[in-house]
Design a protein. Structure first.
Length: 340
């Protein structure tokens, strides 16, 4: 049975969830499709306990807590989720609407499509050194679901970005030891995090290495360490019993790449008025889009969702004047939000 809706959001990460809120304020019906079995995108799947510091009015909020707050915020609009499935087909119809079909056979007739798919079907980059495959998801991990699981463990953390440094700082006082391995001297993480890590290294509370992992070492069929080769070609071994790999994500747009959208370096080009793509009625917000001055921040995605909502309303009802009403004073907004 075909589901008819005003808008279909592809992606239930923070930007997709906030898009539900902005569309709900405009009384636009919404369904959401996501490939993961739960809402939250990367925040819920890869780093639920990671603290985020740049959300307005929240000095610090855990990634999963942010998702929980967003889900609470959109409750008045009764969002309908279709999880653990991907959009496999998108076909423009003669009447200006779109037929969308998922990998589970769910079919939509929608007036607009908002792509909020982050990096697409994001796939963590894996450690592929000899011996690694046998310990994947056992002693070699690409995410931290329960930090307490690593208490008292000898950890090797691989990477030089924010996730690697954030978890190095978060786990250094829980783990028995931490070996931080990055392929070069320069780090991509925030300078403040790098400075904190350097101070811990000076005090001996962690050890910093530059190089690439060449082999996973074992003892009695258990992971016992890693072999590393540095830039001068010298090999060394470090002892560890758990490995955390934070090499970022390998973006894969999947079928989105075949929808006739203009792309730049595997990101979808949009305007900055409505965040609409080159196909009228298809919008893109969050990390998956690109435009001059683009910054990949959750805050930027929230801004994009707000303007995209008005673009969706204009596309659905071109004859109506788009009116901005404030949630603080508008009785209509209060009614839609269920505010007494």
């Amino acid at each position: 049975m075909t589901i008819k809706t005003d808008a279909l959001i592809i992606g239930a990460g923070p930007c997709g969830l906030f898009q539900v809120f902005e569309l709900g304020l405009l009384d636009i019906s919404v369904h959401i499709v996501d490939s993961l079995p739960q809402p939250g995108g990367q925040c819920a799947e890869l780093y639920p306990d990671k603290p985020i510091y740049d959300i307005p009015a929240l000095p610090s909020v855990g990634a999963q807590e942010l998702i929980d707050r967003l889900l609470e915020q959109i409750k008045p609009f009764n969002p309908r989720f279709h999880l653990a499935q991907q959009v496999s087909q998108l076909t423009p119809l003669d009447n200006g609407r779109f037929q969308v079909v998922t990998t589970k056979g769910t079919e939509f007739d929608t007036g607009t499509v908002i792509i909020a798919a982050g990096l697409g079907a994001f796939i963590p980059r894996l450690l592929k050194a000899p011996g690694a495959e046998a310990f994947r998801d056992l002693s070699i991990h690409t995410k931290v679901l329960k930090p307490a699981d690593f208490a008292g463990q000898h950890l090797a953390i691989l990477g030089g970005g924010d996730s690697a440094l954030d978890w190095t700082l978060a786990l250094h006082d829980r783990a028995a030891s931490i070996q931080l391995v990055h392929r070069r001297l320069e780090y991509r993480a925030q300078p403040a995090s790098v400075n904190k890590m350097k101070q811990l290294a000076k005090t001996g509370r962690l050890t910093e290495h530059q190089g690439n992992v060449t082999q996973v070492l074992t003892e009695n069929d258990q992971l016992s360490g890693l072999e590393i080769i540095n830039r001068e070609g010298q090999r060394s071994q470090i002892k560890c019993d758990q490995v955390l790999v934070f090499w970022g994500l390998s973006p894969n747009l999947g079928p989105i790449a075949d929808w006739g959208l203009e792309l730049e370096k595997r990101a979808i080009e949009v305007d900055t008025e409505k965040f609409q793509t080159n196909v009228p009625g298809i919008f893109a917000i969050g990390d998956i889009n690109t435009y001059p001055g683009k910054k990949k921040l959750i805050l930027s995605g929230f801004h994009e969702a707000a303007l995209a909502a008005f673009g969706v309303q204009q596309h659905l009802h071109p004859e109506q004047k788009v009116r901005l009403q404030y949630t603080t004073t508008s009785p209509l907004m209060h009614q839609r939000l269920g505010v007494e």
